[in-house]
Design a protein around this ligand. Structure first.
Ligand SMILES: Nc1ncnc2c1ncn2[C@@H]1O[C@H](COP(=O)(O)OP(=O)(O)OP(=O)(O)O)[C@@H](O)[C@H]1O
Ligand SMILES: [Mg+2]
Length: 305
């Protein structure tokens, strides 16, 4: 693909859909300039897909093929298969009988492989050959992959239900680690940039929501942490609660009434606390404490204790 290097170097801030994450953006840029296969490693809901789409939009005219890694995904889904009807027509060993798989659709675009570590080993091996030799063996065929794409994979390191990526496959990648938004400010920006305008949210109420999510995230007792989607969810649900209650502006009770529904199922407590507290109780308690200690003035703004 032509001009990618130039395009990347010409603009300082190129991945504008992603707020913050400056180190990640720099690493991605550098990886792309040298034509590496990239593996973005990070928890759910921190902007991996958004970033990959942004890369496609600025570098490959939006050409973006997404493959969802899963234990059911087969080599044939990915690379292609022999079509029985065409095989009857052209003969089973003829290349015309071959129907191209998803990977071919990514030519001159971004091939985005989500949750690469959820794929069976067999598929990882097929991919290995494609990335290395641009060749694969399917059925009796040696298929040449004359395709040109930017490969971006993702992996959630905390997902224990998955295959380990083999060392040989990992050796084909540069890994870029992505974390939760570095500051409350960038998390607030992410949330407000997506504002659907359902109801007005005063700054201090937004502060309370983001503080709550970030405090739960940083709590040592929490094993599975709430993502940026949780922040967005809390913001939107508080807004719709206001509407349901006939107001055009969010008040304290609207937030209070959405915390359990938005946050409780998104977290998992560490085993040592799990038997003492439920996620619902934990989230409620966190909210009460934060409201009491840092935002006591807000209760007066509606909803009572
Ligand atoms: N740094 C960021 N800048 C802009 N938007 C962000 C950022 N981080 C998260 N988001 C927003 O959070 C939501 C989730 O992001 P996205 O779907 O890209 O996450 P993901 O890492 O791909 O999640 P998953 O692992 O679950 O697929 C989106 O609405 C996205 O716009
Ligand atoms: Mg995603």
């Amino acid at each position: 693909m032509k001009n990618i290097k130039k395009r990347l170097l010409d603009r300082k801030d190129i991945f504008t859909d992603i707020i913050g994450q400056e180190e990640v953006k720099k690493n991605i840029k550098s990886g792309l300039i040298s034509g590496r296969n990239l593996l973005i490693v990070g928890a759910p809901g921190i902007g991996k897909t958004t970033l990959a789409r942004n890369i496609a939009n600025v570098l490959t005219e939006g050409k973006f093929v997404r493959i969802q890694g899963s234990p059911d995904l087969t080599v044939e889904d990915l690379l292609g298969d022999i079509d029985p009807i065409k095989a009857m027509k052209y003969g089973a060993s003829s290349i015309e009988a071959f129907t191209k798989g998803k990977i071919f659709k990514a030519d001159k675009g971004v091939l985005f492989f989500d949750e690469l570590n959820r794929c069976p080993e067999k598929l990882q091996n097929a991919l290995l050959q494609v990335l290395e030799e641009k060749k694969a063996t399917i059925g009796g065929y040696d298929v040449d992959f004359d395709v040109d794409f930017i490969f971006i994979g993702t992996m959630n390191p905390e997902d224990s239900s998955t295959e380990k990526l083999s060392d040989v496959l990992l050796d084909r990648f540069d890994v870029v680690y992505m974390g939760y938004p570095g500051t409350s400010e960038s998390e607030k920006d992410i949330v407000t940039i997506k504002d659907k305008g359902l109801a007005k949210v005063e700054e201090e109420f937004l502060d309370l929501m983001i503080d709550l999510v970030r405090e739960i995230r940083d709590d040592d007792d929490v094993e599975k942490k709430p993502s940026v989607r949780a922040s967005i969810g809390l913001y939107e649900r508080s807004q719709s609660n206001a509407l349901v209650n006939g107001r055009s502006s969010v008040d304290f009770s609207d937030i209070k009434n959405s915390v359990v529904s938005v946050l409780a199922h998104r977290i998992r407590l560490k085993p040592n606390v799990k038997y003492l507290k439920s996620p619902e109780g934990f989230v409620k308690e966190k909210f009460e404490k934060l409201a009491e200690n840092k935002y006591s003035g807000l209760k007066a703004k509606g909803g009572g204790p």
